[in-house]
Design a protein around this ligand. Structure first.
Ligand SMILES: [Zn+2]
Length: 291
C-alpha cells in the first residue's frame, strides 16, 4: 500500500510487453467557447481520421467520449464502436472535477453513460476526467467511479502542471483500495520540465527528436499512456481563443501548432512494430496476471 492509498503495479508485474495505450478524447472545443456554434462541426471527420490511422496499423484504441458529443453525433459513436475500438467515458459536459461536488460528479457520469447507452454502447468500463482534473483534492472521484461499475480511470497527470496535476501520485499504474485501476499519463523529463510527451499539445510542440527519444526509452520500459483530441489534427478549424487557457496568446498559439503534421509525426515516432491496444484489454491482462 502506498502513501497514496493504492498499490503500485510495477512494469514487471504488468509485463505483457511494451505497448502504447493510444487514446482519443472525443470532445468538441466549440462547446468550450461562447458562441462556438457559429463554427463548423469538425469532430466526426477528425475522429474518423484517427480510426483510419489506427486501422492502417491494424490497431485498436480507446475513445473517451463526452456525453454532449454522443448526443450530437450518435452515428459517429456507433461507427467507432463497430470499427472495433473501445468506447469509454470522458464526462457528460467536460466540467473539471474541482468544480463539482461528489454528488454532482456522480450525476454527471450517470448522464454521460445514458448518452452512450442511447448510442448502443452498453458496456463502459473506463473513465477519463476532463483536463486530467483528478488530483489529490478530488481523489473521492475514484470511489464514485468504482461504485458506478468502472474498472479503470486514466485521469491523473502525475506532475505539477499549469492546469491540473497530482505530482505525489507517482508515474505507475495503481490499483486503488476500491479495486479501481488508475492509469496515469506517461511523463518524460526535458531539462527541468517534466511533462507528457505522447499526448496532445506536448507531442505537437516539443521537438520531434526529443519526443522520439522519450518514446523509445519509455516503450522499452513500460506501457506508454497518452491522449489526443480531434482538434489536435485539425488544420482547417477557424482560430479562436480558449478561455480555459486564460485567453493568453502564447498558450493559444500552442493550441494550433503542428496540427497539420500530427499523423506524420506519429508515423515517425511510433514504430510500426509498437503494439497499440485498448485500455480495457490492458486492464483485463493486469487482472489475469493477478495484479
Ligand atoms: Zn478533454
Amino acid at each position: 500500500m502506498s502513501s497514496n492509498g493504492g498499490d503500485r503495479i510495477t512494469p514487471a508485474a504488468s509485463s505483457a510487453g511494451p505497448r502504447y495505450l493510444f487514446s482519443v478524447d472525443v470532445e468538441d472545443v466549440r462547446h468550450m467557447v461562447s458562441g462556438g456554434d457559429r463554427y463548423r462541426a469538425r469532430v466526426p471527420e477528425l475522429t474518423r481520421r484517427y480510426c483510419d490511422w489506427l486501422e492502417s496499423r491494424g490497431s485498436r484504441a480507446t475513445f473517451f467520449v463526452v456525453g454532449d458529443v454522443a448526443r450530437a453525433h450518435p452515428e459517429l459513436v456507433r461507427e467507432v464502436l463497430h470499427r472495433g475500438h473501445e468506447i469509454a467515458c470522458h464526462s457528460n459536459r467536460h466540467i473539471p472535477l474541482d468544480r463539482q461536488t461528489p454528488d454532482e460528479f456522480r450525476r454527471d457520469v450517470e448522464s454521460a453513460l445514458a448518452a452512450l447507452a442511447a448510442c448502443g454502447v452498453d458496456r463502459v468500463v473506463g473513465y477519463r476526467a476532463p483536463t486530467c482534473s483528478l488530483t489529490s483534492e478530488t481523489r473521492w472521484a475514484h470511489d464514485v467511479l468504482a461504485e458506478l461499475g468502472f474498472t479503470y480511470s486514466s485521469s491523473v497527470l502525475p506532475a505539477r502542471n499549469p492546469l491540473y496535476g497530482w505530482a505525489g501520485f507517482g508515474g505507475h499504474t495503481r490499483r486503488m483500495p476500491s479495486g479501481l485501476v488508475e492509469i496515469p499519463i506517461s511523463l518524460a523529463s526535458f531539462g527541468p520540465l517534466r511533462c507528457p510527451f505522447a499526448a496532445g499539445v506536448y507531442f505537437r510542440v516539443l521537438p520531434l527528436p526529443l519526443v522520439a527519444r522519450a518514446f523509445r526509452r519509455a516503450i522499452n520500459r513500460d506501457t506508454v499512456v497518452g491522449y489526443f483530441h480531434p482538434y489536435d489534427l485539425d488544420a482547417e478549424q477557424e482560430r479562436f481563443m480558449h478561455p480555459g487557457l486564460g485567453d493568453r496568446h502564447f498558450l493559444n498559439w500552442l493550441m494550433y501548432r503542428n496540427r497539420d503534421r500530427l499523423l506524420a509525426r506519429l508515423d515517425r515516432v511510433v514504430a510500426a512494430t509498437v503494439p497499440i491496444t485498448t485500455y480495457e484489454s490492458h486492464v483485463a491482462q493486469l487482472a489475469d496476471a493477478g495484479v
